[in-house]
Ligand binder design. Structure first.
Ligand SMILES: Cc1cc2nc3c(=O)[nH]c(=O)nc-3n(C[C@H](O)[C@H](O)[C@H](O)COP(=O)(O)OP(=O)(O)OC[C@H]3O[C@@H](n4cnc5c(N)ncnc54)[C@H](O)[C@@H]3O)c2cc1C
Length: 406
């Protein structure tokens, strides 16, 4: 077990500086354009792939870094660059984490590389859990997976919504119900390989923020996939279903979608911190140079105190994210839902800080001439996806009370 440290080692600092350079030199100059275009920024993803930032190796290295801070440092820097482009670059990792969390070694070895493609032929992946009638309530999923024993194939039918990279992905990871009577415990995750018939993109959403990241419905119409595409394998699923039917629960047992979300929450919190830090820096610079009433506006306590609160909350959020990331990397159980705490606080902080930054920039903050307007729009998703703030509070409240709070 590594000791928790606030002092990143030389390797992590080198990664931070490397990503910061990419964020400053490549992402920032491209951010406004891709926000307006609302299209997947393939050239930026390709550039990230060419230098190794968009690659399985890079994320695996950070993911398995025992200090736990590799992923949050990487996420913070990329999202400091720009959140829309950042999500276009890291959206694949949600699907990759689903395979890592639920798949066998063989499945990880087969599918994870295909999610990223190669620098000359870049691919993305999608994680499809949410449905029109199953957002916060993951147990209400209706997408069905039926096993065709004669052919050793699974047949998937249903409609997924809000899928990041949905329909444009090479590999889709789909959460479906095998036994609807068991609710969340009757679900499993499946890989839908590239080019599988029956999977198509539905509506692509026009969004308030993170507009360079593609979000769409995914329609599954009689999608047939080999038995080997069930993550974790049939034997494990059958055992799990049998336990669920008997009403017993293995300690630490979790459903497929929740396993993915738990592992990724601190990383999502780190993304929110990247946005917040970017907006704070713009606001601090602006407050020092903008003169009203014959003095820089930061000379007013009212403005300076706003900046003090912004910085304090950003640093507090980072501490929560680093703690949760360290705990996850060192197999410390989240007894007080520390992963949810970190995502809750970081998401709320990003919304708060970007709103304050707009206020400090006055009229300029409200225009697209300055980046805080975009950062404010981008921040809003951080209290919604990967579990809304209310759902994080629910998870924390249940963990600390041991009660089935509703
Ligand atoms: C841009 C974007 C990208 C996304 N990417 C993905 C993705 O890649 N894969 C994927 O599977 N999903 C993705 N999602 C879906 C996202 O995770 C859901 O939108 C989110 O979980 C909320 O679900 P919902 O939108 O159905 O809201 P609802 O669940 O309908 O919630 C509506 C409101 O009710 C509140 N609420 C609901 N239940 C309770 C409760 N018990 N107590 C208190 N308040 C409650 C919520 O907090 C919220 O404020 C994405 C969403 C967006 C917008």
């Amino acid at each position: 077990m590594s000791t928790f440290s606030l002092d990143p080692g030389p390797d992590q600092l080198a990664v931070r500086d490397w990503l910061h350079g990419f964020a400053a030199d490549v992402m920032r100059p491209a951010a406004a354009e891709w926000d307006e275009r609302e299209e997947t920024p393939w050239p930026v993803i390709q550039e990230a792939a060419k230098i190794g930032i968009y690659s399985l190796d890079f994320y695996a290295q950070q993911y398995f870094d025992p200090s736990g801070v590799g992923i949050p440092i990487a996420m913070e820097e990329l999202f400091w660059g720009d959140a829309g482009l950042g999500l276009a670059i890291v959206g694949t990792t949600l699907a990759a984490v689903a395979v890592l969390a639920n798949g066998t070694d063989e499945q990880i070895g087969t599918w994870a590389p295909q999610m990223f493609g190669t620098p000359d032929d870049v691919k993305v992946a999608a994680f499809c859990s949410s449905e029109p009638d199953a957002g916060s309530d993951v147990s209400a999923l209706r997408t069905r997976a039926v096993y065709d024993e004669a052919k050793d194939e699974w047949v998937l039918n249903g409609t997924k919504t809000w899928a990041t990279n949905g329909g444009i992905a090479a590999v889709h990871v789909v959460v479906a119900t095998v036994d609807p009577a068991l609710g969340a415990r009757g679900q499993a995750s499946f890989v839908v390989p590239p080019g599988t018939a029956g999977l198509s993109q539905g509506q692509k959403f026009k969004k308030h923020g993170i507009r360079a990241s593609h979000t769409a419905e995914v329609v599954l119409d009689g999608v047939r996939i080999p038995g080997s595409c069930l993550l974790g394998g049939k034997e494990k699923l059958d055992e799990r279903l049998a336990r669920a039917r008997e009403g017993t629960k293995r300690a630490g047992g979790k459903n497929a979608a929740m396993a993915t979300f738990e592992a990724s929450r601190p990383a999502v919190g780190a993304q929110a911190i990247g946005i917040a830090r970017a907006a704070y820096e713009v606001a601090l610079d602006y407050a020092k140079t903008r003169v009203q009433f014959g003095r820089p506006i930061i000379d007013n306590q009212g403005v300076a105190f706003q900046l003090a609160d912004m910085k304090t909350r950003i640093d507090a959020a980072r501490l929560l994210v680093w703690r949760a990331s360290w705990m996850a990397a060192n197999n410390q159980p989240f007894t007080s839902a520390e992963g949810s705490m970190s995502k809750l606080y970081a998401g709320e902080t990003a919304k708060y800080v970007t709103a304050q930054a707009m206020q400090i920039l006055g009229g300029n903050g409200f225009t697209r001439e300055y980046p805080v307007e975009r950062m404010h729009r981008d921040s809003a998703i951080y209290t919604i996806f990967e579990g809304t703030s209310e759902i994080q509070r629910l998870v924390i409240a249940r963990a600390i009370s041991g009660l089935p709070i509703r």
